[in-house]
Design a protein around this ligand. Sequence first.
Ligand code: KG4
Ligand code: ZN
Length: 336
Amino acid sequence: MSTYILAIESSCDDTSAAVLKDRKLISNIIANQDVHAKYGGVVPELASRAHQQNIIPVVDRALSQAGITKEDLSAIAFTRGPGLLGSLLVGVSFSKAFAYALNIPLIEVDHLQGHILSHFIEKDTPPPAFPFLCLCVSGGHTQIIKVNDYFDMEIIGNTIDDAAGEAFDKIAKILGLEYPGGPIVDKLAKAGNENAFTFNQANISGYDYSFSGLKTSFLYFLRDKLKEDSNFIEKNKNDLCASAQRAIIDSLTNKLIKASSDLKINEIAIAGGVSANSGLQQTLLRLAKKYNWIIHIPSLQLSTDNAAMIGIAGYLKYKNNQFADIASIPYTRQKR
Ligand code: KG4
Ligand code: ZN
């Protein structure tokens, strides 16, 4: 008999519901919240309100697109954390109430584990083989994770300040671009010269990252250039995006090369919103040839926040009988 998991993701500013039939994704609905764009970042209280507005219509659409009814569901999986408390509370409370009413099990999922496990959703190519290294790059996290098994993961590298997505968003903000800036920088960079300008890159030991120096170097560089020419940004937007993006990508991949060589692991995956970056993807494909890596890149709908990834993690836990307590509460910071 097939297992149907309804998954709910509401950790930040996207309200998402998905249905999986075993490992196969049969619906994935994402309601983005445009309300934050004009504030240059996610406003937590507005995010909670928008989740409250979106959650029931999004779940309704996920069920109808999957062609099932709520009575067909085997369990409900939800993101327990990390994320914004008010946002998480909407998804957690909804999931508890729905599971309780349907008398089916509840499964809690860690958002970052979800990003990584998205690679195990059924597709035409084989999933990563254990152990593999996953570069998890989002708006809140930048980590290299050694994945020994579905739920046996070791963080071997971490950012000591900004996350890679945050670096993209801050650079975009300095350039006067909208939030989230990552996808806009990616698009503008395509028509730019990545060697036009050089920005400071951190030199941190081990597999850790730092992006705050890059942001400061970018800011000071522009401050000086704007004194000479007030149209400097307009004239050089593509080159600025391409050069800053190159600096971020080089930082990310240099540590990955080091980790892969030290640990002798050539199975490499990327996950999280920044994994949608076309420059990062092309660089990884190039490195894969050079270092003999087997590379796993998520599709666009699975790279940024989505409930499908929570659904696959939920399915894997369901098979292990790992269920959540009805008294489960959200956590806002990453568990170690
Ligand atoms: O995983 P995600 O959707 O949410 C978090 O868990 O944070 O990641 C969002 C981050 C944002 O910082 C956004 O600017 C970045 O991912 N992002 C990108 C691209 N698409 C999304 N950064 C660079 N290039 C992209 N194409
Ligand atoms: Zn995320």
